[in-house]
Design a protein around this ligand. Structure first.
Ligand code: GLU
Length: 426
């Protein structure tokens, strides 16, 4: 049975690249009906923090990655590593240097392994120094603890970032010295920024929590991350997680780096919003706004549902709904100054707004269809194109040039609010 692990160090929030590593492991486990296990690499007592662990676990759960078995904490296993290190000392393959235990690396030998993605990888031991197994402070070194744990946890496939490729020959030597069977290795390409470098803070948000906070949906993020180094073929991009599980295989992962493109991710998120069931979109956006303390007690869920449905086609993130909320529920709307300049500061702007106001006042029905009719009639009367009324009205009542259909917006806002906002520009 396939047994894979994700081994985060709780020294920071879950990084987007680590989330992708976790995802590939999880997908492979699901695809092959195996197990996905978590190992917490908390050997650095100073830098490991429980709040980071909570954040990492929370982010994994948010991205639907569930795990089997109990968490393995390296900090609880120091005695075990010591025992293995002592065995190597007894065999004459390691030596003490003060309180530290060091692994001897014979020179002029080649070490190789078969990587599921890169094929055969060769190293020479000439490039590998003797390896610390147990440090002076008695904590284990990463490469050593990793081998001991992967072996004890019966891990069959080690799927991790390319940045670990130079660690692998060192681990192979330790497996050989301990006489332990080796897992299969798969090194996945790093996620790069658009400028080709490693993805860092400089390029924007790097942690999963930040993406959640910016209004990305977990299913969109999972879909996007799955495409960072893997593709289902036929240019298909949007595909539900169950489909991804069915099609995903580690051996199909690309050798070259994947480029993280925020615009693409936003586009994809928009596709998910568009397809979302209206009741769920209303709820998700409501929760999002509540988390941000934007919603007040005047919140009208029924009305909100109509609003979110009207904006579904045009939104990319849940964050976009903050300004939508303000348009409909707040008295102070934010005006796009350029739009005001362009559409509401013309010589005839005041006259036009006045006429629109009159049309609104005398529209007794005031629903989407009736306002549209009133506006079309007025445009005929004034010998103007309907757009010449529609654009300024939209900016006057919402502050923006884009949004849901104008007449739909007007109906939802209600006559009173529309009149009040038009009056500002009369
Ligand atoms: N704690 C290591 C990391 O986060 C794990 C590497 C591995 O998967 O072996 O990079």
């Amino acid at each position: 049975m396939v047994r894979v692990r994700f081994a985060p160090s709780p020294t920071g929030n879950l990084h987007i690249g680590s989330a992708r590593t976790a995802l590939f492991n999880w997908l492979y486990a699901r695809h092959s009906k195996g197990k996905f296990i978590l190992r917490i690499e908390d050997t650095d007592k100073e830098r490991s923090k429980p709040e980071y662990l909570d954040e990492i676990l929370g982010s994994l759960k948010w991205l639907f990655m569930d795990w089997g078995e109990e968490l393995v904490f390296q900090s609880k296993r120091f005695g075990i590593y010591k025992g293995y290190a002592q065995k190597l000392v007894e065999k004459g393959l390691a030596y003490f240097e003060g309180p530290a235990i060091i692994f001897k690396v014979d020179k002029a030998k080649s070490v190789s392994f078969d990587d599921m993605i890169r094929g055969k990888v060769d190293f020479s031991t000439d490039d590998i120094k003797d390896q610390v197994l147990i440090k002076t402070d008695q904590t284990p070194a990463y490469n050593f603890a990793c081998v001991v744990d992967d072996s004890e946890m019966k891990i069959t496939h080690v799927i991790r970032g390319d940045d670990h490729i130079s660690n692998t020959p060192k681990q192979v030597l330790i497996y050989e010295a301990l006489g332990l069977p080796m897992p299969q290795f798969a090194h996945i390409p790093l996620i790069l920024s658009k400028d080709g470098g490693r993805l860092s803070k400089r390029h924007g948000a790097t942690s999963i929590s930040e993406y959640k906070n910016m209004g990305f949906l977990p299913e969109a993020l999972v879909n996007y991350l799955a495409l960072m180094g893997w593709a289902p073929g036929n240019d298909i991009e949007i595909l539900p997680i169950d489909e991804i599980i069915k099609l995903f295989d580690v051996k199909d992962v690309n050798k070259t780096g994947a480029i993280f493109d925020m615009d693409k991710l936003s586009w994809m998120n928009g596709q998910y919003i568009k397809k979302m069931e209206p009741a769920r979109l209303a709820k998700e956006t409501e929760n999002f706004l509540k988390d941000k303390n934007i919603v007040d007690d005047k919140f009208d869920a029924e009305k909100w549902r109509g609003i979110t449905a009207a904006y579904r086609e045009r939104s990319r993130t849940l964050e976009d709904f903050i300004s939508v909320y303000r348009i409909f529920f707040s008295d102070e709307i934010e005006y796009d100054e350029k739009a005001v300049e362009k559409y509401l500061k013309k010589p005839n702007s005041k006259d036009i707004m006045n006429r629109c106001k009159t049309a609104v006042e005398s529209d007794n029905k005031f629903d989407k269809a009736s306002v549209e009719e009133s506006y079309r009639k007025l445009a005929d009367e004034l010998k103007l194109k309907a757009a010449e009324l529609i654009h300024p009205t939209r900016v006057a009542i919402s502050g923006k040039t884009v949004g849901a259909g104008l007449f739909e917006m007007m109906e939802i806002l209600g006559r009173e609010k529309v009149l009040k906002r038009l009056s500002k520009f009369c």
